[in-house]
Design a protein around this ligand. Structure first.
Ligand code: BQZ
Length: 698
C-alpha cells in the first residue's frame, strides 16, 4: 500500500534523473544503481611510490660475506664451499636506497602463526604447505610482483627474479628469458632451465598434475609453447603479439618451479610410480627439502610447528655483499588464522595479516597502547568476499539432478538479481565489525585497486519484496506453505528448492558471512544449507566444480587486475573460479560472459594503459549489471608486525599482487642485535642433506 502511494508522487520528478529516484522508491528495485561511496579507510598507511628499478638489480660485487658462524663452522671445516662459490655469477642485489632501515645485521627469528597444515612439499603437484608465507618463502618464481604495490603506475612491469632479464622478438611473438646463472638449490645442485622445463612440461602441461594455486597452461595464453635454448635460457612463443600480461602470471603462485632433481625421482614419466605417489611423495616429515627460497624446512612437529633455517646457497645479497637472508630462523606455529592475530598483537607471534574484521577492534585497541609489542597499519580496501554461483550448465563437477536444476537457476538473470536484492549488505558488514571498515560491495573488482571506477560499478539495492517478486516471476513459489519456495511441479516433484553453500571453515569471517546470507535468504523463502569444510577440502571441491554456491575470498585478479587477469572471466576452460568447462571440455557461456571474455582478452592483448582503464570500466559494468558474482562485503586489511623488525616498508598492503609475506621482502628484514632475544630453536645450524633428520651444526 505504502509502496504504491510513493510511486505516484514521484512521477513528476522522473525528469530529475532516474538513478537517485531508484534508490529512494524501490519501485524500480530491479533497476541497477551506482554503488554507494565507500567510507574512507581509517589510519591508512602511506605508500612511498618509487620507480621499478629502485628496488633491485643483478651484478657481481667485489666481495661477499656471510654470518661468522657459517664461515667458522662450515666453510673453514670444508663442509661448505666459500660464499663466493655458492653465489651466482651475478647475484640479485637489493638496493639500499629502497631499504627503509638500510643494511642489516645477521641473526634473529621471525615467528609466524598459520591456520593451514602441510600436506607435503610438492607445491608443483598441488600440495599445500600450510600457507601463511611458508610456500611463498620456499618457492621462488620466474618473476616477482608483490613489491610492485610501491611502484609508479606507469612503470608497472613485473620484477625479475629467477628470470633475471627477458627480450621480445621483433614481432612480439617470442620472449627469450635469461635465467639467473650459477644459482643453486639449497642442497648445492645447480638451478637450470631443466627445472623450468620440468615444471612446465610435467606439472602444468601434463593434464594429470596441477600445481598449488591452480596454474593452468591457458593462463599463459592459447597454444603458448615454452622450450629450452640452453642451461640458462628458455623461449616462450605466444599467439598474441607482446602479451606482456603473462609476465605477471610467471610470478607467485603460478610459475614457481620445484627441484627437478628431487621431484623427477617420483614422477611417473621418469619413475615407475603413479601420479598419486608423485603428489604425495614428499611428506612434511621429509626434512631439508631443497628450495630456491631463503629458508629450508628442518623440523616438523604435526599440529605444532614447522621450523626453517637459512639457505646457505641463497642467491640474493645486499649492496655490501652480505649474503641474504639476515634472519637465521623462521617458525610457523600450526594454529588458527584467528590465533595469528591474537599472538601478533600479544607479542608471542611476530606477523599477521589482520584480515578478519571480527578481530579489528580488539587488535586496534591493543596496538594503540604505548607498550604494544607490534605495529598495526591499515592498507587499501583489497579484501573482498563474493558468493559465486556455479554457472556451468554442461556438467562441470558432475552435478546430480538436484544440482543441475540449481545450475539452471544460477544461469537465470532474474534469479541472480533476486538473490543479490535479498542481501542487506550493511547488516552483513556490521555483523563482522561496526564502523567504517566494511563497505557495500556488489561484486566486480575491489574498490582498493587502481583500475576501480565507482561510476561503472552497479548494484541492486536491498529489496526483499522485489526479490520475492522476481522468484515468483520465474516460477518459484512456496506451494507447500513451509516458508520455502518450491520447484515447479514438473521439476524434482515440486519439492523445496534446496541450495548448498560451500565455504572454508578455516576463517570465522567466511562462517559468519554464510550465516548472515542464509538468514537473509530465508526471508525471501530460499532454503540455503551451509556446507563448511576445512580449507584443503574447500580448495579441491571448488576446483572440481563440486558446488552449487560458494563463499570465496577474492583472488589476486580482483585486487590487482594485472595479476592473474585471465581469472576475471572464463577466457579458457579452467580460468574462471565459478564457470569451467563441462564434461565435453566446452564452456556454455551466456551472452554477458562472452562480453566479459572479449573484454579480458582485449585487456591481456593491449599494452595501452588508457585503453586498459576503459576496458576495466566496461568489465565492471557488465560484471556487476549481470550479477556475475554476488558481492557480500569488502574491507581493508591491516599488517601487524612486531616492532623489533627493521626494513618493513610503510604501507605494504596485506594483499594486492600477493600477500604481505611476499610484499615486505622478508629476506631483507632484520632485527638489531640487542633486540634479537633467544627465540632460535636450532642456533648456528644449517639444513642437512635432503631427507636427512634435520639441521646440522658445523
Ligand atoms: C596469507 C596467505 C599466504 C589461499 C591462503 C589460505 C588458503 C587459500 C590463501 C593469508 C592464507 C592467509 O591465505 O589467510 O593472510 O597469509 O595464506 O599464502 O586461505 O586456504 O587457498 O588462496 O592465500
Amino acid at each position: 500500500m505504502h509502496f504504491h502511494k510513493r510511486r505516484l508522487c514521484l512521477t513528476g520528478l522522473l525528469a530529475a534523473g532516474i538513478s537517485s529516484l531508484a534508490i529512494a522508491s524501490g519501485a524500480f528495485a530491479s533497476e541497477a544503481t551506482v554503488v554507494p561511496e565507500q567510507p574512507p579507510v581509517p589510519a591508512q598507511a602511506k605508500i612511498t611510490y618509487v620507480p621499478r628499478d629502485a628496488i633491485e638489480e643483478y651484478r657481481a660485487l667485489p666481495s661477499y660475506s656471510e654470518p661468522d658462524w657459517v664461515t667458522k663452522n662450515f666453510v673453514d671445516t670444508g663442509k661448505l664451499p666459500p660464499v663466493k662459490d655458492r653465489l651466482p655469477k651475478e647475484p640479485l642485489v637489493f638496493k639500499t636506497g629502497n631499504m627503509p632501515d638500510g643494511i642489516g645485521v645477521y641473526g634473529g627469528t621471525l615467528r609466524h602463526v598459520v591456520g593451514g597444515r602441510p600436506e607435503g612439499w610438492n607445491y608443483a603437484a598441488g600440495q599445500a604447505q600450510g600457507w601463511g608465507g611458508i610456500d611463498i618463502e620456499m618457492y621462488e618464481c620466474l618473476t616477482r610482483t608483490a613489491p610492485l604495490y610501491q611502484v609508479e603506475a606507469d612503470d608497472m612491469e613485473p620484477l625479475p627474479n629467477l628470470a633475471k632479464s627477458w627480450d621480445w622478438s621483433e614481432d612480439g611473438h617470442k620472449l627469450t628469458m635469461h635465467l639467473i646463472e650459477g644459482a643453486k638449490w639449497s642442497d648445492g645442485v645447480p638451478f637450470t632451465a631443466d627445472d623450468v622445463m620440468f615444471y612446465w612440461d610435467d606439472n602444468i602441461v601434463d593434464p594429470n598434475v596441477t600445481p598449488l594455486n591452480g596454474a593452468t597452461k591457458e593462463m599463459f595464453g592459447k597454444n603458448t609453447t615454452l622450450k629450452k635454448i640452453d642451461d640458462y635460457t628458455v623461449e616462450w612463443t605466444f599467439e598474441e603479439a607482446f602479451p606482456r600480461q603473462y609476465l605477471f602470471n610467471m610470478a607467485y603462485g603460478n610459475f614457481c618451479p620445484g627441484p627437478a632433481h628431487i621431484l623427477k625421482t617420483k614422477h611417473p614419466k621418469y619413475a615407475n610410480t603413479t601420479y598419486d605417489e608423485y603428489r604425495n611423495g614428499f611428506p612434511p616429515e621429509m626434512l631439508n627439502f631443497p628450495v630456491m627460497g631463503a629458508w629450508v624446512p628442518v623440523e616438523y612437529r604435526p599440529d605444532d610447528i614447522i621450523v626453517l633455517r637459512r639457505n646457505p646457497y641463497y642467491w640474493k645479497v645486499d649492496e655490501e655483499g652480505h649474503q641474504l637472508p639476515y634472519l637465521d630462523e623462521m617458525h610457523y606455529k600450526l594454529s588458527t588464522w584467528a590465533d595469528r592475530d591474537v599472538q601478533a598483537i600479544a607479542g608471542s607471534g611476530d606477523f599477521s595479516n589482520l584480515e578478519q574484521p571480527e578481530n579489528f577492534v580488539v587488535s586496534l585497541r591493543r596496538a594503540a597502547e604505548e607498550s604494544a609489542p607490534a605495529r598495526l597499519a591499515f592498507g587499501p580496501r583489497t579484501i573482498g568476499y563474493n558468493m559465486r554461483l556455479n554457472l556451468s550448465g554442461n556438467g562441470w563437477g558432475e552435478p546430480d539432478e538436484r544440482a543441475q536444476a540449481v545450475r539452471e537457476l544460477n544461469r537465470n538473470e532474474d534469479f541472480r538479481k533476486a538473490v543479490t536484492m535479498a542481501l542487506d549488505r550493511q547488516k552483513l558488514g556490521d555483523s563482522l565489525v561496526k564502523g567504517p571498515f566494511t563497505a557495500i560491495y556488489p561484486g566486480g573488482i575491489d574498490s582498493g585497486t587502481s583500475f576501480y571506477d565507482r561510476q561503472s560499478t552497479y548494484y541492486y539495492p536491498y529489496d526483499p519484496e522485489g526479490a520475492k517478486a522476481l522468484l515468483a516471476k520465474i516460477g518459484l513459489k512456496d506451494t507447500d506453505g513451509n516458508g520455502f519456495v518450491n520447484w515447479p511441479a514438473d521439476t524434482l516433484g515440486g519439492k523445496d528448492v534446496d541450495i548448498v553453500l560451500l565455504l572454508s571453515s578455516d576463517y570465522n569471517t567466511d562462517v559468519n558471512l554464510s550465516e548472515g546470507v542464509i538468514g537473509q535468504l530465508q526471508q525471501i523463502g530460499l532454503h540455503v544449507i551451509q556446507n563448511s569444510i576445512d580449507g584443503i577440502q574447500f580448495e579441491s571441491s571448488r576446483y572440481r566444480g563440486d558446488f552449487d554456491w560458494m563463499i570465496m575470498r577474492n583472488p589476486p585478479e580482483m585486487a590487482a587486475v594485472v595479476q592473474g587477469t585471465s581469472g576475471l572471466a572464463p577466457v579458457g576452460p579452467r580460468t574462471s573460479a565459478h564457470h569451467r568447462a563441462g564434461t565435453d571440455g566446452t564452456l556454455d557461456l551466456m551472452p554477458y560472459e562472452d562480453q566479459l571474455v572479449d573484454i579480458v582478452d582485449q585487456f591481456i592483448a593491449t599494452n595501452d594503459n588508457a585503453k586498459r582503464a576503459e576496458l576495466m570500466k566496461d568489465y565492471q559494468t557488465v560484471a556487476t549489471k549481470n550479477v556475475d558474482t554476488i558481492g557480500l562485503t569488502e574491507f581493508p586489511g591491516a599488517l601487524i608486525i612486531n616492532k623489533r623488525f627493521r626494513n618493513v616498508a610503510s604501507g605494504a598492503p596485506i594483499f594486492m599482487f600477493n600477500w604481505a609475506e611476499d610484499a615486505v621482502i622478508r629476506e631483507r628484514m632484520f632485527v638489531p642485535a640487542d633486540l634479537q632475544g633467544d627465540y632460535q630453536l636450532f642456533p648456528d645450524t644449517l639444513p642437512g642433506k635432503p631427507g636427512g633428520d634435520g639441521p646440522v651444526s658445523g
